[in-house]
Design a protein around this ligand. Sequence first.
Ligand code: 16G
Ligand code: MG
Length: 546
Amino acid sequence: MDICCEVSKQSSLHPKPEGLVLQYGTAGFRTKAKHLDHIMFRMGLLATLRSKQTKATIGVMVTASHNPEEDNGVKLIDPMGEMLKPLWESYATQLANAEQGDLLPTLKDVINKEAIDMNQEANVFVGKDTRSSSAILSQAVLDGVSALSGHSKDYGLVTTPQLHYMVCCQNTQGKYGEATVEGYYRKLSKAFIQLTKNASNRTDDQKHLCVDGANGIGALKVREMESHLQRELQISLFNDGSKGKLNHQCGADFVKVQQKPPTGIKVSPGERCCSFDGDADRIVYYFTDSDGTFHLLDGDKMATLISTFLKELLTQVGLDLKIAVVQTAYANGSSTHYLEDTMKVLPVRCTKTGVKHLHHAAQEFDIGVYFEANGHGTVLFSQAAEEKIQQLLEDSNINDKQKRAALLLQNTVNIINQTVGDAISDMLLIEAILAIKGMTVQQWDAIYRDLPNRQLKVKVSDRRVIDTTDAERRAVSPAGLQEAIDSTVKKYTQARSFVRPSGTEDVVRVYTEADTQENADALAHEVSLAVFKLAGGVGDEPKPMK
Ligand code: 16G
Ligand code: MG
């Protein structure tokens, strides 16, 4: 095997700055774009090895999602369109951090450990977001693939979920769909049109939606898709990238964290709006009412609407499929309460933060609806569930009502991107459900009332001193911290709080909820102080919120 020569030659064109250490985190590598050239080249190498090992196409997406424009990042996509397997995340970290002279031995180590046949063909799909650094960085990925004689297909500008979709289509030999951007638009819009046929007398007002594209790739792709929707959805697109800066005071993360509308969007009171994040794998809905109050409909509200809809359809067709909702500790207590007690969509599962944990848990059910409060989520249907729906459609004994519900279920399966949370697909699904139910955004919002909540960050010298259990809801170290949180929470009504080290930033995150915003804020301050004192806070002590 003579990989040495080509890899050495090519890698010298993508040298690693000495001493730079980066981790493959919850969502891949992410940092200032200027530090990423060698990482991209090496992820091209690693994706090629992963492709040879799995004998399948692997995806590499160049994006830093909701981070500022100056940042960039990279995520690898496994054969079924899912996140990279954890063991390979550790190879990614080893390869990324090998000094220039150690690159070949590190690469060979992976080849040996995984017994990779270097004569096996490799295929890698590459995509990028709209950042100015993405073009050069995705070229570095392509160079890495070619250094190991892999084949690559460059999809250019695509959303993260679109690339996940392409990988899945390719590896299922087209069963999941056609591995082209056009194929993606056709599949989703066809399902959307079919679904909305079930909505009677929709007015133009109801068909209208304001979309904040975060000045990113999602805006471009919504534009491309529009004509396929045949005016069944009429989009006013804001923050389309023509003027504003990517993710700057706009996008799903801004809206969720700030709990206010993005800049650059002009809407009337009561109008239904949504925001995508910078790579269009998250979405949140919102509206402002006539007295100026802002209403956010986050991942929890979407999970509730979608699971309610699915459960009703299952009842109508009489299919006994096990449906569950998967959330994280950030899910608003009111949503969990509503799902468990009012809706009885049991069970509601709680996992650690991070898409891969939710995705994994959702796979355990016939239908697993998973959403993070921040707006990342999708629905997974087991193969058995899809087959049962199909059988039902072929069954001549079912009545018209059952037939209608079965068709709705089938089109719901087709509109969803099951590989990963997808802002475009989620948007179409939500719009279709609202249309079919004849529901306004206000009625959707009124399903339950969010408990007031607050998120804060605390800087500590080493956030790893905080260890958690019970899906991050309880801290087991440092000693005394959980006791301090418990006794503080007891002083408030309907209160809950947890702390966890961030997986993407060098901070400890504090979450609280309580009966009023003042109480949620006061509790957040008290818990922040406890973290500061017991977990080695640095800088100024946390101040009470104004
Ligand atoms: C990453 C995760 C997201 C999670 C967030 C938490 C993926 C693709 N993304 O963005 O799911 O909510 O990290 O960030 O897994 P934190 O650890 O800094 O709170
Ligand atoms: Mg994202």
